[in-house]
Design a protein around this ligand. Structure first.
Ligand code: TRP
Length: 339
């Protein structure tokens, strides 16, 4: 199965992004390579311009993101790593798909509602169109599987609707576009803010103290984990549960970083004297997970020419696939000259 996912070149990537998304990409790369399929990971700069942004920073953030992806284990030889704007087929397909996208559906998207409320100056039409471009990203490659976080469920459903409607309207008996499946990770799909474990860890809505960044050094990670909010149960009890969100989050982080089941981790700590033991283990595991990434990042990020080469080579491979899809889409829609 061909895998496609997109990642925003904005914000500093944090532990939630790392566990919830980036590690799934690496896992997908191995799985698709083993079955002889492509995996594509796209840095979506065209999505980033739908909210207020700084043009001089966009390219920098794209390099940051690419360097993190490669440092985390994506291999430009085995995966196709590229920048969205380098493959113009995305923008063209977005427009073509608009003819089978219902305005009402775009208007109802939760992310559109939330983000448009957060805009201070202008709610751009691009923000409304964001999910159509996202559909084009995936459908251009006829990808079958899309690893995303829980927050993208609605966009994936819309993408599936668009593909089905396109096939019904223009495909006749043929499935010109593949209706993709989403893949939402079970463990670590929701890493919560260490200072407010009722909220997701996030660069926009979260607290600085409660957010562990992929590039944080060991000392900073240790400090943030040790100050994590737990609860005042006396004596302290280590178990997972909706009434124990802080502890649950720490257990889940430890499980994700050590490749174990959360319940097994909780059981192991059930006899612990306090939350300190758990926090020490979490800090150690997170540091062990992120330190090699941070070290490789420093090397990779310092060579922008090399990063551009990775993007250029990735775009060439991506374009080849997308071009073939677009030719069929145009032909089916009667757009442009006959093939
Ligand atoms: N909207 C996604 C996010 O914010 C990013 C994205 C853009 C994406 N295009 C995509 C994800 C295509 C999966 C597939 O996380």
């Amino acid at each position: 199965m061909r895998i496609f996912s997109g990642i925003q070149p904005t914000g500093r990537k944090h532990l939630g992004n790392y566990i919830g998304a980036i590690r799934q990409y690496v896992e997908g790369q191995e799985r698709s390579a083993a079955s002889g399929h492509d995996s594509l990971y796209c840095i979506v700069d065209l999505h980033a311009i739908t909210v207020a942004y700084e043009p001089t920073e966009l390219r920098e953030r794209t390099y940051d993101t690419l360097a993190i992806l490669v440092a985390a284990g994506l291999d430009p030889q085995r995966s196709i790593l590229f920048r969205q704007a380098d493959v113009q087929e995305h923008a063209e397909l977005c427009w073509l798909l608009s003819s089978v996208t219902a305005l009402g559906e775009l208007n109802r998207m939760h992310q559109f509602r939330d983000k448009s409320l957060a805009q201070r100056e202008l709610v751009s039409a691009g923000l409304l169109f964001y999910p159509v471009l996202q559909a084009a990203d995936v459908l251009a490659y006829r990808a079958g599987e899309v690893p995303v976080g829980e927050d993208q469920r609605e966009h994936l459903e819309l993408m599936r609707d668009i593909a089905r409607r396109f096939n019904a309207r223009f495909g006749g008996e043929r499935e010109i576009l593949v209706v993709p499946e989403h893949r939402i990770p079970a463990v670590g799909a929701r890493i919560m803010d260490l200072q407010d474990p009722t909220r997701k860890m996030s660069t926009t809505g979260g607290s600085e103290e409660g957010t562990v960044y992929v590039l944080d050094d060991a000392k900073t990670i240790e400090k943030k984990v040790k100050r994590a909010v737990t609860d005042s149960e006396d004596p302290p009890v280590i178990r997972r549960g909706p009434d124990k969100q802080g502890v649950t989050n720490l257990v889940d982080i430890l499980a994700a970083c050590t490749g174990r089941e959360p319940d097994a981790v909780a059981a192991e700590f059930a006899q612990a004297r306090g939350y300190g033991d758990l926090k020490a283990a979490v800090a150690e595991a997170v540091i062990a997970e992120l330190t090699p990434v941070r070290e490789r990042y420093a090397d990779l990020r310092s060579d922008e020419r090399a990063l551009e080469e990775i993007l250029g080579a990735g775009a060439a491979r991506a374009r080849e696939i997308a071009r073939a899809t677009l030719a069929e889409v145009r032909a089916a829609m009667g757009v442009g000259p006959a093939a």
